[in-house]
Design a protein around this ligand. Structure first.
Ligand code: PEP
Ligand code: MN
Length: 337
């Protein structure tokens, strides 16, 4: 339920409603708006709770939240959420660009690509140190050494570091080096991991599971939001379909759909979404046109030699062209990129 306070309700009245919500065995989440405060009362439905709260001083009305995801829903918060971390701004009129290799491979590789993507206008550096690979025989990432190199690249360029964390017990380690924790597609429904990244209080980039529905995706985000961490970005990275001309199918209608249903910003990953370098830039441009708040894209100094996902990595030159094209669309839409 949402308790909508009257405009000008006093702090004492707000505190009283919070106390009543908690006495009813529900959790409260306060959202202070420009005109009025609303308080979400979250938990299992209780008979009589609506009536009990409606009689509170300063309460205008109590309305049920219809969406199964409560805190992610636009029913609770209409203004779009913006994530700001170092120079990365994602949401509202800002389009953030997160670029870098699939995996951190060496100091030379990450330093070189960090400088290149920074110079081309990216606002964050991506790179996996813990890699979720389909085969246990494939390169698994440089682990802590990779994190140290990412932090060194941040120190040198000022770019925020976005990197994946695969297990709840790795969260403290990854959080020491990262600015944004990425939860990979394969882990979208790893609920202990979602709670652990929530508790880290760092911004989270949550990737959509390749077979997850929108409700499942938003309920996964809800696990993070429920910890009190509201810095969540949703990332569409493609789903599994019968198509075999692309690695996954990248459904861009997700972007406007999510903007209708949630206040959380939406990032698109055209690299994993297509799995083909030649398709990445056009889909990045299309994502911006569809209203994406961010793009995450794989760029490698020498894609042929990449230890993972080289086939979908942009060269530095292709990335520069992608940026120029995306910027034209962003400018036409009145956005900053
Ligand atoms: C990645 O971005 O490095 C990655 C592994 O992507 P996904 O989880 O979307 O497959
Ligand atoms: Mn990859």
């Amino acid at each position: 339920m949402i308790v909508v306070m009257k405009p000008g309700a006093s702090q004492q009245q707000i505190d009283h409603v919070i106390e009543r919500i908690e006495q009813l065995g529900l959790r409260s989440h306060v959202i202070v708006g420009t005109e009025r405060t609303v308080i979400a009362a979250l938990g299992e439905k209780r008979d009589g709770a609506k009536q009990a709260l409606e009689t509170g001083d300063g309460v205008e009305k109590v309305v049920p939240i219809l969406a199964p995801y409560k805190m992610a829903s636009t029913e609770v918060k209409k203004e779009p959420t913006r994530i700001d971390v170092l120079g990365l701004a994602v949401g509202q009129e800002h389009i953030g660009v997160i670029a870098g290799p699939c995996s951190v491979e060496s100091r030379e590789q990450i330093m070189e690509i960090a400088g290149i993507v920074k110079e081309s206008g990216a606002s964050a550096l991506r790179g996996g140190a813990f890699k979720p690979r389909t085969s246990p025989y494939s390169f698994q990432g440089m682990k802590e050494k990779g994190l140290q190199l990412l932090a060194e690249a941040r120190d040198k360029t000022g770019l925020a570091v976005v990197t994946e964390v695969m297990a709840p017990e790795h969260v403290p380690l990854v959080a020491r080096y990262a600015d944004v924790l990425q939860v990979g597609a394969r882990n979208m429904q790893n609920y202990p991991l979602l709670e652990a990244v929530g508790e880290s209080e760092l911004p989270v980039l949550l990737k959509r599971g390749p077979s997850a529905t929108m409700d499942e995706f938003l309920l996964a985000a809800e696990y993070i939001l429920k910890t009190g961490n509201t810095h969540v970005m949703l990332c569409e990275r493609g789903i599994r379909t019968f198509e075999d001309h692309t690695r996954f199918t990248l459904p861009l209608a997700t972007v406007p759909y999510l903007h209708q249903t949630t206040h959380l910003p939406v990032v698109v990953d055209p690299s994993h979404g297509t799995g083909k370098a030649s398709l990445v830039a056009p889909m990045a441009v299309a994502a911006v046109a569809a209203g994406a708040d961010g793009i995450i894209v794989e760029v490698h100094p020498d894609p042929e030699k990449a230890l993972s996902d080289g086939f979908q990595a942009l060269t530095p030159t292709a990335f520069r062209h992608m940026m120029a094209d995306c910027r034209k669309v962003a400018t036409a839409l009145g956005k900053k990129m």
